[in-house]
Design a protein around this ligand. Structure first.
Ligand code: ADP
Ligand code: MG
Length: 706
């Protein structure tokens, strides 16, 4: 085994704290292990007797690791994970000693009585109890630190009547849907061997690191995760000297600890680098099956936060912590993989594979075009409003990048119904139909596209950095399942299969070509062009939420048993509330900081200036500059106070309204502009007021001095 430079034996620590396949195979009786594998691979239900044996072994293993408690780990609709710890001890025996116990029932099902989590009206308080149910396809693990050791069991979270109250439940349902439809598709193309198709997902995570002491001096960062005030430093990211730059010692030591923690948890932390903005970094694991990748992404975010705190840093996961420099997102790399290792988005080598690939690709294209608003919605987050549509992030318009070669094939299909040649010297495959040989072409990358084909997978780049990656994958899985289903419906009826495939490819290419865009997605011309093409441009979360409850969305999600209408409506409600709450907190933080810190500091500064003017004049000299500064400061102070009063009034009005869409709109249309109006004079003041007097660290202090 190879020792890496730092002396950490990766192979030895990897997965050390995971109740993974190897551990299960070692510890479980053969029969039980087989039962569990069938549950994991085929979705078969576990009986209680089997669960009892697994629970016992899981507990023994965890106790050997030092665990005292277990928790059902779940993902309510708050964006973060939740846990409630129960110790393994059971009622004391007559001799006063306790036994450590953990039953199959406790493993499979929990009742956290988590009645305060958002349910969007799905639960009345009298039946407020929520249930957690084990997801055996995502392995259990122990988390260990100075404060203890706990066994984590990944679970779904539902209401008494089975409605989903979390991120995982619909994700698992959507995986079932796409498995079923993708298998149908494969069978039509003559595949009789693959037993299961799963979405493979690799999630790149962007984040900022700032010094913890400075962070604590910024109330806006503490309360809202982003800076609400702050003038641009003299130097921003224009030199691109941070991007992929060498990693400084303090950051390297942070990354080292993060990697080791993650490896122990079985997370395949793979790449790390500096990002575009100063103090911005990225971490990406190797792709995994969808639900595990989403769980791992939660572990990554938690670990980044925890390790940062330990090392005197703070990790900002907000989508736009600093105005004027790049924001953070998540990139969701998505493909479909069979249990026997085939990637359905891999162009393949033979013309036959090419045709299957091309139809699959067009099914995705069609899904994205039909449901682009829904995809956009899945990335909606109050923080992402500051990122999408700004100049340095994917715009709020969904379009698909295919690369030169595939776009050319599409053109030919649309124009002539056939594609007879392939760009870039791709071999012309003759004999079978008239489709060209396709080369995998991963080098042709377009970083401005929100949804890009990158050789053998799609990369959805719109996701908010803080958000669970579940919702975007739920949407992707379901819309592609629908597309495959409708395609299979036609193909199963076709008399001439090859001709039908050919016709469908042409039809999809023609109908959905409008979603393909290979140019610069950040250019203003694209916004205009997209409008001409009729593509939605939903620049705010409040505008995006209705897509969740459109007739089309309800019909589709119900058909594939991913969401009921009631579940969708509850989610829309929760999102409106989340938006209003987030803006309300930001507005109130601004009011607090402006009234109690900024205005008093500026007043102190004007006093210093006034005293200087008097002293200088008395001494018989000119105080022109000081007087000029005093007047400028006075003018901006007045503007600040006026803007503050308006923000107070607007926030008051909006927060008095009842929760829901109308309130969210009020926050968006009245409070957000009032916040911008307050920020403007304050940022100008920061540029003229003595740094000694300014009440908080500047952008320069925060992002250049980590
Ligand atoms: P880049 O920054 O160029 O997009 P990265 O290497 O940072 O590339 O991230 C690419 C991500 O895509 C990784 O998580 C990787 O494991 C994942 N990935 C690679 N192949 C596939 C695939 N077939 N399906 C899903 N994800 C994939
Ligand atoms: Mg990427």
């Amino acid at each position: 085994m190879e020792e890496i430079r730092t002396g950490v034996n990766v192979a030895e620590i990897f997965g050390k704290n995971v109740f993974n396949d190897t551990v299960m195979q070692e510890r479980l009786p053969k029969k039980i292990y087989k039962e569990l594998k069938r549950t994991i691979e085929e979705g078969k239900e576990l009986d209680l007797a089997t669960a009892d044996v697994i629970a016992h072994e899981m507990k023994e293993w965890a106790i050997e690791k030092g665990a005292t408690h277990y928790t059902h780990w779940f993902q309510p609709l708050t964006g973060v994970t939740a846990e409630k710890h129960d110790s393994f001890i059971s009622a004391p025996m007559s001799n006063g000693k306790v036994l450590m116990s953990f039953s199959g029932k406790e493993l499979i099902k929990g009742e956290p009585d988590a009645s305060s989590f958002p349910s969007g009206g799905l639960r009345a308080t009298f039946e407020a109890r929520g249930y957690t149910a084990w997801d055996p396809t995502s392995p259990a693990f122990v988390k260990k630190d100075e404060n203890g050791c706990i066994l984590y069991i990944p679970t779904a979270f539902c209401s008494y009547t089975g409605e989903a109250l979390d991120q995982k439940t619909p994700l698992l349902r959507s995986m079932e849907a796409i498995n079923k439809q993708a298998l149908r598709f494969l069978r039509l193309f003559g595949n009789t061997t693959s037993k299961r198709v799963k979405p493979s997902v690799g999630i790149e995570q962007e984040y900022f690191l700032v010094d913890r002491q400075k962070y604590l001096q910024r109330k806006d960062l503490v309360f809202t995760g982003r800076t609400l005030f702050g003038a641009m430093p003299p130097k921003g990211q224009e030199l691109d000297d941070h991007y992929f730059g060498s990693i400084r010692a303090r950051i390297a030591s942070f990354m080292k600890e993060v990697n080791e923690e993650l490896w122990r948890l079985g997370v395949t932390a793979k790449t790390q680098h500096n990002e575009v903005a100063p103090a911005q970094h990225e971490l990406a694991p190797i792709y995994m099956e969808c639900n595990v990748a989403v769980d791992h992404n939660q572990l990554i975010m938690e670990t980044l936060k925890k390790v940062a705190e330990k090392q005197g840093l703070h990790c900002l996961l907000h989508e736009k912590p600093f105005a004027g420099v790049n924001g953070s997102g998540k990139h969701d790399n998505w493909s479909l993989t069979t249990d026997d290792g085939k990637n359905l988005l891999d162009p393949g080598k033979t013309p036959h594979e090419n045709i299957q690939f091309l139809l699959m690709l067009l099914c995705v294209l069609r899904a994205v075009d039909k449901h682009s608003a829904l995809l956009r919605e899945s990335a909606a987050d109050p923080g992402n409003d500051h990122r999408l549509g700004s100049s340095e992030a994917p715009p709020a318009i969904i379009s698909v990048f295919l690369g030169e070669q595939l776009e050319d094939v599409l053109e030919q299909l649309v124009n002539t119904g056939n594609a007879t040649h392939s760009l870039k010297g791709g071999k012309l495959q003759t004999g079978v139909k008239t489709l060209p040989g396709l080369n995998k072409d991963a080098t042709d990358r377009n970083r401005t596209s929100p949804f890009a084909f990158t050789g053998n997978k799609f990369e959805f780049r719109m996701l908010g950095s803080r958000d669970s990656a579940a919702a975007p994958n739920v949407v992707l899985n379901t819309i592609v399942a629908e597309s495959l289903c409708e395609t299979c419906d036609m193909l199963e009826k076709a008399e001439d299969f090859d001709k039908a495939v050919h016709d469908i490819i042409k039809e999809y290419a023609t109908e959905h070509q409008r979603i393909v865009f290979n140019g610069n997605g950040y250019a203003q011309e694209w916004v205009e062009e997209a409008e001409r093409r009729g593509l939605p441009n939903l620049s705010s979360m409040v505008d995006a939420i209705p897509a969740l409850v459109s007739e089309d969305a309800i019909r589709m999600f119900e058909k594939f048993h991913v969401f009921t209408e009631a579940e969708l409506r509850s989610r829309a409600e929760i999102k409106y509330e989340a938006y209003s709450k987030a803006v309300n907190i930001e507005a109130r933080t601004m009011i607090d900081v402006a009234s109690k810190h900024i205005i008093p500091a500026v007043i102190r500064y004007t006093r210093i200036l006034a005293e200087t003017v008097n002293a200088v004049t008395q001494a018989g000299a000119q105080a022109e500059v000081q007087l000029g500064l005093l007047n400028d400061t006075g003018r901006l102070l007045k503007e600040t106070k006026e803007a503050l009063d308006i923000l107070i009034a607007e926030t008051g009005k909006a927060s008095e309204m009842g929760e829901g869409e109308e309130q969210a709109r009020r926050f968006r249309e009245h409070v957000v502009p009032a916040m911008d109006a307050l920020r403007r004079p304050v940022d100008e003041l920061e540029m003229i007021v003595d740094k000694e007097v300014w009440p908080m660290p500047s952008y320069g202090d925060l992002i250049f001095e980590v």
